[in-house]
Design a protein around this ligand. Structure first.
Ligand code: MF3
Ligand code: CO
Ligand code: CO
Length: 261
């Protein structure tokens, strides 16, 4: 399937799905505490999505994924499967939420720290979140996908961290993963031109050490090869005439948006 330009009706549904995905991250925040298991976090999110939002957790049974959210702790880069393991002080965790509402997807993730993060972990999370936002600012009509990737890569590497190459952002809408692929590295002025009505995610994965990753035998969990910490933030965005709209914006980020305009 090629890249779709969303109609006004579809955009309204994408806004709803995006808001719901963001809301799950707001709801789960209070539960990310020492001693909680990632399975318990999965259950809380699942129940909220299904019973309160009347929506569908997209990861559940997606290509055989067994749970409703992804929980990626410390050296886990992405696609961590919720399980019995309990969080402890000093852990960092990415929680990735994708909901389907009225046939449309909203996909977003953020980092949480359990208790006080180390200085390195804090800096890694901050740099990764900033990398997402410098990428978002490159999402404007007439700009190209390569501009987003290049800006993120340059920002991250200037801070002596590395960008994961094997996983990328993606078009999103009726399908979880649509065209195009949104790489978090690249060359300026390359790739497709961005047009109003396009929806895609930007979701850089940044390692404190080297960029290489490996897949665990469970077929899902991706870890850093050198066991260094990894962080990720993700938003679903819509390209507009003026620039872009972040469909999965959380309340805590409103100030950031006002500032970036
Ligand atoms: N939410 C992830 C993304 O950002 C994909 C998770 S696929 C799953 O694209 F199967 F692991 F849920
Ligand atoms: Co995504
Ligand atoms: Co996601």
């Amino acid at each position: 399937m090629g890249i779709t330009i969303k109609t006004a009706e579809e955009i309204e549904k994408m806004r709803v799905a995006g808001r719901l995905a963001a809301e799950v991250l707001e709801v789960i925040a209070a539960h990310v505490q020492p001693g909680v298991s990632t399975l318990e976090l999965d259950r809380i999110c699942h129940d909220h999505i299904v019973n309160v939002q009347k929506a569908i957790p997209a990861p559940l049974n997606y290509r055989g994924f067994p749970k409703s959210i992804c929980t990626s702790v410390n050296q886990v880069v992405c696609h961590g499967i919720p399980g019995e393991k309990r969080l402890k002080k000093g852990d960092i965790i990415n929680i990735d939420i994708t909901v389907i509402k009225d046939g449309y997807h909203g996909d977003t993730s953020k980092m949480f720290s359990v208790g006080q993060p180390s200085v390195l972990a804090k800096r890694l999370m901050d740099v990764t979140q900033q990398a997402l936002w410098v990428g978002i600012k490159q999402a404007r009509p007439g700009y190209r996908l390569g501009d987003i990737g290049h800006t993120i890569q340059t920002f991250v590497e200037a801070r002596h961290y590395s960008v994961v190459r094997e996983y990328c952002g993606h078009g999103i809408g009726r399908e979880f993963h649509e065209d195009p692929q949104v790489l978090h590295y690249g060359r300026p002025g390359t790739g497709i031109e961005l047009l109003p009505g396009m929806c895609f995610t930007i979701e850089p994965m940044v390692n404190a050490g080297k960029q290489q990753v490996k897949l665990k035998p469970d077929g899902w969990t991706v870890v850093t090869k050198d066991r260094s910490l990894s962080a990720q933030y993700e938003h679903t965005i819509l390209v507009t005439e003026e620039g872009s709209e972040v469909l999965t914006l959380r309340r805590e980020e409103h100030a950031r948006i006002a500032k970036s305009k």
